[in-house]
Write a protein that binds this ligand. Structure first.
Ligand code: 5AD
Ligand code: SF4
Length: 431
């Protein structure tokens, strides 16, 4: 009987894809996945430390896990991801029943852990991981993630990522290309290129050059990428989004704040005017492009006037979607000792103001799509209504259509009949 792993993941797409790599390694070691921790021989918690809330969720799960270990002392328990990197041995002190700790730069060590040939902790800075291509067990058979670069050099003053994922390291384009070709040969239709700041990808070519190479991979229909840093968004990249047929018309471009004063304290490297210029250029050159963004509210020292500037920016730009977060103080970052921390009540009020303005914008933008024709890629049945198929437009909007017989991954043209808050209703023009 094969050994079983129960793996729980928190956080961003990067972490979700890291979990696919862990499962790839474990498959080669004879493990299969279980969704019941009681049936597992190995439990892995792949953690996120971007905000305090994510950390709290992990620690309460870690508390629950203790009961499994008490009942089945032979279970191995591993803590992976950014908390593992940041806390290191301290996790053994807090929870002595943990067996392995490994950070996001040391995923390959999992093989040694499970075969019993390694020590119990691996959180060293690893400048070579970019060259170590790991096996991947992918959750989907149509859409796939490909990591193109690891780490981040930006050191935004609030952010823990450069400390947990290390400095920027790009993968050679030939490795990325062969991964994309292999995926296409297995029937994958869409790839999403992953990196903390894909715009600064640099190996033997730059990011627009990489997109040009990937656009030539036969069988692939769509290429997406996340995340783009506004300061590194070049005209050449905008031309690539416009000119390369497989590159989808969607960009995730975190603005973080609409106030120059706060952007400076955040060390973002652009002003609101710079950001607006890039948005205008994107919209001029790529008509219909969807722009989504991230905002942090309640950064230390954020005055009411700064907050109003963020609201103004959101109204002016009209994002297609927005993730808004309350500022969370992260040990080790530049903001940790900063004065002017705001209380939770103010942060919550500002957050709900931001979200309600954005909700109105999203609904209005979705309603404006009524009557238009869109290409969608069929992803399967809708989770909430099995009578419907669901897919995404090139601009990454969710569309539901009445079900009919069609293969996953097919591209169809639909007419939008209703724009709702979080999705679009449509009819297929193909059946
Ligand atoms: N507090 C709140 N939000 C944060 N983010 C990153 N660090 C923090 C923090 N300390 C947000 C940013 C980033 C997104 C992935 O998470 O908006 O773009
Ligand atoms: Fe964090 Fe800034 Fe790097 Fe994004 S660009 S991962 S926010 S440091």
């Amino acid at each position: 009987m094969s050994k079983k792993v129960y793996l729980k993941t928190w956080g961003c797409q990067m972490n979700v894809h890291d979990s696919e790599k862990m499962l790839g390694i474990l498959k080669e070691e004879g493990y299969s996945q279980s969704d019941n921790p009681f049936h597992a021989d190995l439990i892995i918690l792949n953690t996120c430390s971007i905000r305090e809330k994510a950390e709290r969720k992990f620690y309460s799960e870690l508390g629950r896990i203790k009961a499994y270990k008490n009942k089945r002392p032979d279970i191995n328990i591993a803590v992976a991801g950014c908390i593992a990197q940041k806390e290191g041995r301290a996790i053994f002190k807090k929870a002595s029943y943990v067996d392995f700790i490994f950070g996001p730069q040391n995923i390959h060590i999992l093989k040694d852990f499970v075969s019993g040939t390694n020590l119990h902790i691996s959180t060293e800075e690893n400048p070579r991981i970019a060259e170590t291509d790991l096996p991947v067990k992918r959750a989907d058979s149509i859409k796939a993630w490909i990591t193109i670069m690891y780490g981040c050099n930006n050191f935004c003053s609030y952010c823990i990522v450069p400390y947990t994922r290390g400095r920027e390291r790009s993968r050679p384009s030939k490795n990325i290309l062969s991964e994309a070709e292999e995926l296409a040969s297995k029937g994958y239709k869409e790839i999403t290129l992953l990196g903390q700041n894909v715009n600064s990808y640099k190996y033997d070519t730059d990011f627009p050059g990489l997109l040009r190479k990937l656009n030539r991979v036969g069988g692939l229909e769509r290429i997406r990428f996340i995340t783009s840093h506004p300061k590194d968004l070049s005209d050449e990249l905008i031309d690539a989004i416009f000119g390369l047929p497989k590159v989808c018309e969607h960009i995730h471009l975190p603005i973080q704040s609409g106030s120059d004063n706060i952007l400076r304290l955040m060390r973002r490297g652009y002003t609101y005017a710079d950001y607006i210029k890039k948005v205008s250029r994107l919209r001029e050159k790529v008509p219909g492009i969807a722009i989504t963004s991230d905002v942090i509210t309640g950064f230390p020292g954020e005055s009411h006037a700064d907050h109003v500037l963020t609201l103004k920016a959101i109204k002016e730009i009209e994002f297609d979607g927005l993730f808004a977060f309350k500022f969370s103080k992260r040990p080790g970052t530049k903001t940790f000792d900063m004065e002017g921390c705001l209380n939770e009540k103010i942060k919550s009020e500002r957050l709900s103001e931001i979200l309600s303005i954005q909700d109105r914008i999203t609904s209005r933008k979705n309603r404006l799509l009524e009557g238009t024709k869109q290409e969608i890629m069929i992803g399967g049945y809708s989770d909430t209504d099995k009578e419907k198929l669901t897919g995404r437009t090139r601009t990454n909007k969710i569309v539901n259509v009445p079900k009919f017989k069609i293969e996953r991954g097919s591209l169809i043209i639909v007419e939008i009949t209703k724009g709702k808050q979080h999705s679009l209703e449509a009819i297929s023009l193909e059946k």
